[in-house]
Design a protein around this ligand. Structure first.
Ligand SMILES: NC(=O)c1ccc[n+]([C@@H]2O[C@H](COP(=O)([O-])OP(=O)(O)OC[C@H]3O[C@@H](n4cnc5c(N)ncnc54)[C@H](O)[C@@H]3O)[C@@H](O)[C@H]2O)c1
Length: 360
């Protein structure tokens, strides 16, 4: 960022990826540029055509020097990766996971809220009752490369998958969640499964107890992940900050996004809190091949992720303005896409928001 200039500039690497990633990413960037014009900054974007199409041509999801190219940016803005004819473990392990790990983006921050005017599939819940943040561990846990398969294709075939929980990795994500909870209601819930998973989860519980013992201002609780899924549906208002391992956080955040109306609105930030490396912002949803190319994808998840990115870049007023305009549009019967019960296109939603900045 160039400080002191009339217009501050942030250098953003953009990876639209596949499917609806290519539709929601430009849509979100239009809204973020409008916010920049209104708030005195510009995003200098460099687009990278990496993803499954790139894989089909080059046999890899991104070029060998991709991480070096990304390293020298202020943030990374990603759409989604995944194509039906490319196995998901290739698209995930060839692009997303290397970026998250190389840049120590160990916090996956997934806010969930029910926006005014958006119907929840749950009866009688109000926006006040659905306002939580899921802090998902993003670098280790159940998503590990350690393991293997033996005796392929025989009756003795077996697969082993190791889950990795380091003290450093566990402590740093729980500590981040504690600090976040202290800025909110003070309620923090740990997702566990220490009744069934007898090594890693009791260790996770111990580290949660250790961290929260140093935060007397917090009201900690731990809940088994299966019961927690039920409780988020039955009583979402009970939860504020939820900290979870990589797998539990991944599953829980899709469930919570559904409670809030649609996966199409859910945002996420892959954060390197120390800011030694760029952080990456992306909607929670995938490439949605079932609706890709039709121009009907909901861009709100990408736009909200963009607001998270602005916040991270220090553009807090602009980030708040994007969310305020989003809230205003949804609460006042503005355009909504099919996943939210409307018939608006991606462009309709985008133009409504861009237009609202023009009238600021
Ligand atoms: N971070 C990522 O890039 C990421 C995340 C999840 C899945 N994926 C990949 O995406 C591909 C499809 O996965 P999936 O179908 O399980 O999940 P998905 O999120 O792509 O789609 C699930 C359902 O939600 C709908 N949906 C998702 N986003 C929407 C939006 N913005 N607007 C309207 N409707 C939306 C889809 O139409 C679909 O019916 C797979 O290849 C998967 O591996 C990638």
């Amino acid at each position: 960022m160039a400080d002191g200039d009339e217009t501050r500039t942030h250098r953003i690497a953009v990876i639209p990826g596949d499917g609806i990633g290519r539709e929601v990413t430009p849509a979100a960037l239009e809204v973020l540029s409008a916010a920049g014009a209104a708030h005195g900054f510009a995003l200098e974007t460099t687009e990278h055509p990496w993803g499954c199409d790139y894989f089909v041509e080059h046999d890899r999801m991104m070029p060998p020097d991709a991480l070096d190219v990304l390293r020298d940016t202020d943030a990374i803005f990603l759409g989604a990766v995944g194509r039906p004819d490319v196995p998901d473990h290739i698209s995930l392990w060839g692009l997303l996971i290397p970026i998250r790990r190389a840049f120590r983006q160990y916090v996956n921050l997934r806010p969930v809220r029910l926006w005014p005017g958006i119907p929840s599939p749950l009866r009688d819940v109000t926006p006040e009752q659905v306002d939580m943040v899921i802090v998902r561990e993003n670098n280790e846990g159940e998503y590990s490369e350690i393991g293997g398969r033996l005796h392929h294709g025989t009756e003795d075939e077996l697969a082993v998958q190791e889950a990795i929980f380091t003290r450093k990795g566990t402590d740093q994500v729980i500590e981040y969640a504690c600090d976040l909870a202290a800025t909110r209601s003070g309620r923090i819930c740990s997702a566990t499964k220490s009744n069934g998973i007898i090594h890693t989860m009791p260790f996770w519980d111990e580290r949660f107890a250790h961290a929260t013992s140093r935060h007397p201002e917090l009201q900690p609780e731990q809940v088994l992940i299966d019961a927690l899924c039920a409780a988020v549906v039955l009583n979402p208002g009970r939860f504020d900050v939820i900290v979870a391992s990589n797998l539990f956080g991944d599953i829980l955040s899709d469930l919570a996004a559904a409670v809030a109306g649609s996966i199409g609105i859910a945002p996420s930030g892959n954060l390197n809190p120390e800011r030694e490396h760029p952080s990456m912002f992306e909607p929670v949803h995938g490439s949605a091949p079932d609706i890709a190319g039709q121009g009907i994808a909901n861009p709100i998840g990408a736009i909200w992720s963009g607001a998270q990115m602005l916040e991270h870049l220090g553009e807090t007023e602009a980030a708040a303005a994007v969310l305020a305009k989003l809230e205003d549009m949804l609460a006042n019967d503005g355009p909504r896409t099919r996943d939210l019960g409307g018939n608006a296109t991606t462009a309709d939603v985008t133009q409504a928001l861009v237009g609202s900045f023009a009238t600021t």
